[in-house]
Design a protein around this ligand. Structure first.
Ligand SMILES: [Zn+2]
Length: 452
């Protein structure tokens, strides 16, 4: 494949802003970064480049039920009633349905600036709970969607065996999720085959939660792929914390650190309910906390103590999780606003004198990339995953550099995103994914049937 070159008036590099930047892209990867160079006739010219944002936690199929669980029930509505609604929806989805729904979600992710997604994927079996001939049939459906939309895929097959702490039997609504360890080993192999034709896919391991795995299984899973990312839902819900204490005498994060070597491979998704000692342990381990502010707000989970974690040197990234709304800038905005509302102050996740937008953006790129097992940022060797901003968007008027990112996150939103490149290919132009028309039409048909 011939090299392509892109020239930007300004680009946000890992070292900070640079002017007159030329990126040479070879086979989807950044082969060189030159700064302070004028453009030549071969360069495609653009104004402002930001690195693409990793979306470290998604359940793609849940996009199809977005907005369907917003009617108040007769008793107190909680995460657990939402989960029942989700289980009823899950019973019907075929592999073709999953491709249609995931492609729609990925189009929206790319348009909003997410260029790689971590699919925390637990919908493994046929609707009646029987195994498909290919154990990764549903994972392959996600890979087909990624092939179509171009998004980077980190597939995280989920191990799910139990309905509660202490190894209790799974429920009927969980029959499409459950495997034993042997079955999971086959699933992992099959998942690697399912993504093999994508250019830079990664496969990790995802024990669903401390509720769904036994301590022995957790150790076995962590050893199955010693270098791969390992993701787990943890301490999302107060009831989960109480159940964990009743079972073990310890809180979830406390228990995890006491029984496992948690390191930079790990992504602790949510970690909402943590004590200061647990927070310090996560920060010291180098693990990434996966924050999903829109979903956590939608489900009423609570607010992660991000400022204390930040002060301890902790790493975080963001994820769209339930995909109730897919919007990169809005995830970052809500992350900061949650902190402002609880701390009664402004510009919480930034050092003195620093732009909050740029700080949030940079931290989430590097934490997200680590969690998804890839190099992030605009740097040599990384995949050419890029966003360009429209400096003529009204929210950008009179701003420059950090001011553009602050405007993107706090004032303009995704409408200020002009183009998105994924692995060197331009997939979003003037804010619209090149396959949106076809993906939308198929999604509409799929949803009409599923909800009919
Ligand atoms: Zn989740």
């Amino acid at each position: 494949m011939a090299d392509t070159t892109l020239h930007f008036d300004h680009a946000l590099l890992p070292t900070g802003w640079a002017a007159d930047v030329r990126l040479t892209i070879t086979s989807g990867r950044i082969a060189s970064v030159e700064t302070g160079v004028s453009s030549n006739h071969r360069d495609a010219r653009h104004a402002v480049a930001l690195p693409g944002m990793p979306n470290l936690h998604s359940h793609a199929f849940q996009r199809a039920m977005a907005g369907l669980a917003e009617v108040r029930g007769t008793s107190d509505d909680t995460f657990w009633t939402w989960r029942e609604a989700m289980y009823r929806f899950v019973e019907r989805i075929t592999p073709e349905d999953l491709t249609a729904i995931a492609a729609m979600a990925q189009v929206e992710m790319l348009e909003s600036g997410f260029t790689r997604v971590g699919e925390f994927h637990y919908l493994h079996h046929a609707p009646d709970g029987s195994a498909y001939a290919d154990p990764a049939e549903m994972g392959a459906a996600l890979a087909r969607a990624a092939d179509e939309t171009g998004i980077g895929l980190t597939l995280l097959p989920v191990f799910y065996a139990h309905s509660g702490f202490g190894g209790s039997a799974p429920g009927e609504g969980q029959r499409r999720f459950v495997t034993d360890l042997d079955g999971f080993a086959h699933l992992l192999d099959a998942s690697e085959r399912a993504v093999a034709s994508l250019p830079d896919a990664v496969v990790g391991v995802a024990p669903h939660s401390l509720r769904a795995v036994t301590p022995e299984a957790l150790s076995t899973l962590a050893a199955m792929r010693p270098a791969a990312p390992i993701h787990i839902h943890i301490a999302e819900q107060l009831r989960e914390v109480e159940d964990c204490v009743a079972w073990s005498g310890q809180r979830p994060v406390e228990w995890l650190f006491d029984h496992n070597d948690v390191d930079r491979r790990w992504c602790l998704v949510h970690a909402t309910h943590v004590e200061p000692g647990e927070l310090a342990g996560i920060a010291a381990s180098g693990a990434v906390v996966g924050l999903c502010p829109i979903t956590e707000a939608n489900l009423g989970d609570g607010i992660f103590p991000a400022r204390a974690f930040w002060d301890a040197g902790g790493q975080f990234g963001v994820g769209s999780d339930s995909n109730v709304l897919i919007d990169m800038a809005e995830e970052l905005r809500l992350l900061e606003y949650g902190q402002r509302l609880t701390q009664h102050g402004r510009n919480i996740l930034a050092a003195s004198g620093a732009s909050t937008g740029t700080t949030l953006f940079g931290a989430s790129v590097s934490g997200g990339a680590q969690a998804l097992g890839v190099a992030g940022g605009i740097s040599v060797g990384a995949s050419a995953d890029l966003i360009s901003l429209d400096p003529d968007h009204i929210a950008m008027t009179g701003r420059t550099r950090d001011g553009w990112i602050d405007a993107l996150i706090f004032a303009g939103g995704r409408a200020a995103i002009d183009r998105v490149w994924r692995h060197g290919a331009s997939v979003v132009e003037s804010g619209r994914h090149r396959a949106r028309g076809a993906v939308e039409a198929r999604y509409r048909k799929t949803l009409t049937r599923l909800l009919g």
